[in-house]
Design a binder for this molecule. Structure first.
Ligand code: ADP
Ligand code: PHD
Length: 449
């Protein structure tokens, strides 16, 4: 067995067509250490599946969406030289998908939703392995549910690290001698064997978890950009790729909106010191970003991120001046509903905090329930229409002149809340969603151009 193991993850755009999978095949062939390949669903497929799972649709609308998924999958099959065996297996999966989509309880049962939404990765991994074999790479499609044990929090499942390690060492490691293992990102199974998912964008997390479980030294995230940039290149064409980042900086960027990485990806990397590479599967020769424990440089400003759709909650009670347990009661309610609070400020009688509010998600429903419960103990004001813009860097709170440069840049904007992170890597602003793009641009100009 290779002394050095690499896990390579390919995202939705890399797995979109026969030709983009061909690019991935060349990347895999170029690194003999790559023994596990984690794939996402082909671009667009998970969105279609989420629509099927979460929307009340007529049977004709269901048929139309299923048809769109079939078109994506069958376009890949159509280019295989020997399609028949794969076609038969794909048809079995498409029948399972259609049955789930038509299930009368699909919009109400999270276990069924996860079973349905996982189908994208189950199909793409089948096709991906077949394309690899046509490129002369010995490849086997492996059902990740045999090893990726999670709890039963459907749609946002949490991994059971000890069981994953044990199962991966027993079932996955021996397989790596024979061929490259192609498996599904984003998908897991609970103790009863029911399919779970790790939350949108969770394939990066799967790759890092499997890398940790098999003691891999590196984990590659292949996507549609040539690394992690100073800010989302879709916001400004002045954004530039970063050669190097620390685990902490990357975790902060992911948490505060850099979609290129799932927020939990850095946890396994940090625990086991696994170097993470981010690069473009279309242009691998252009290099990418290495995320490592110790960087050669720790600049004051590394990057700017934006996290959209934040809800700002202010809770107020005159009792706070006397009641020591008030803050605890508020955060107990928040924790009970599994909501994560990002930014917090307090005054004598009020506390303001932001909650993430992605549309059409479970947390939107939970937000409503949480707020109803909060109103039983205090006055609650909810403000919507905010984004959080974050400057990620190092020692921003203690270096002279660093924060003043940031504040000077944003002086023309109304800043609803300002927060230095509890760690030295983060300075965040809550701003109106109509301003956030401009705030990112002026900060980028001031700090990086
Ligand atoms: N700081 C950043 N650096 C690079 N890409 C970023 C950053 N912030 C946001 N992105 C966005 O992340 C996208 C890649 O993530 P994603 O679409 O989830 O890819 P994949 O499907 O390969 O997982 C890029 O196209 C880019 O627009
Ligand atoms: N397919 C899932 C998981 C994922 O990580 O996808 P991607 O790597 O394309 O962001 C999603 O769309 O959420």
């Amino acid at each position: 067995m290779n002394a050095v193991l690499n896990v390579a993850k390919f995202g939705g755009t890399s797995v979109a067509t026969y030709s983009t999978i061909g690019n991935c095949a060349r990347i895999i062939a170029n690194n003999t250490n790559t023994r596990i390949v984690v794939v996402s669903a082909s671009a667009g497929v998970t969105n279609h599946l989420v629509a099927l799972a979460n929307t009340a649709l007529t049977s004709q609308q269901v048929e139309e969406i299923v048809e769109k998924i079939k078109v994506i999958e069958l376009a890949i099959v159509a280019q295989l030289k020997k399609p028949q065996e794969v076609k038969d297996k794909l048809n079995v999966l498409l029948v399972e998908l259609t049955d789930l989509a038509k299930h009368e309880e699909i919009n109400f049962r999270d276990d069924l939703k996860d079973a349905l939404v996982s189908m994208g990765e189950r199909m793409s991994s089948l096709l991906f392995a077949a394309v690899l074999r046509e490129f002369g790479i010995s490849a086997t499609n492996f059902d990740v549910r045999k090893v990726l044990r999670t709890d039963s929090t459907f749609t946002q499942a949490a991994p059971n690290l000890a069981v994953i390690r044990q199962l991966a060492q027993a079932l996955l490691l021996p397989e790596l001698y024979n061929s490259v293992i192609v498996t599904q990102g984003f998908v897991g199974a609970d103790e009863q064997g029911r399919t779970t998912t790790l939350g949108r964008g969770g394939s990066d997390f799967t790759a890092a978890l499997l890398a940790e479980a098999i003691d891999a030294q590196t984990c590659e995230i292949w996507t549609d950009v040539i690394g992690v940039y100073t800010t989302d290149p879709r916001i400004t064409d002045k954004a530039r790729p970063l050669p190097e980042l620390s685990f902490e900086e990357a975790a902060e960027m992911a948490t505060f909106g850099a979609k290129v990485l799932h927020p939990a990806t850095m946890e396994p990397a940090l625990r086991q010191n696994i170097k993470v590479f981010v690069g473009s599967s279309r242009e691998p020769e252009k290099g990418g970003t290495w995320i490592v424990r110790d960087c050669a440089h720790e600049p004051a400003y590394r990057a700017i991120t934006r996290r959209k759709d934040q809800v700002m909650v202010t809770v107020k009670t005159p009792k706070m001046m006397y009641a020591q347990g008030f803050l605890q009661s508020v955060f107990t309610i928040i924790a009970k509903h599994n909501l994560s609070v990002d930014l917090v400020t307090t005054s004598e009688i009020s506390v303001s905090f932001t909650l993430d509010n992605p549309p059409n998600s479970v947390s939107e429903k939970m937000n409503k329930e949480t707020l109803a419960e909060l109103t039983t103990i205090c006055d609650v004001t909810i403000e919507q229409g905010y984004d959080v813009v974050t400057v990620v860097g190092n020692n921003m709170h203690s270096s002279t002149g660093v924060s003043s440069k940031i504040f000077e840049a944003v002086t023309d904007f109304n800043l609803r809340m300002i927060c230095f992170g509890a760690n030295p890597h983060n300075l965040s602003f809550v701003v109106s969603n109509t301003d956030s793009e401009d705030v990112v641009k002026v900060l980028h100009k001031a700090l990086f151009e």
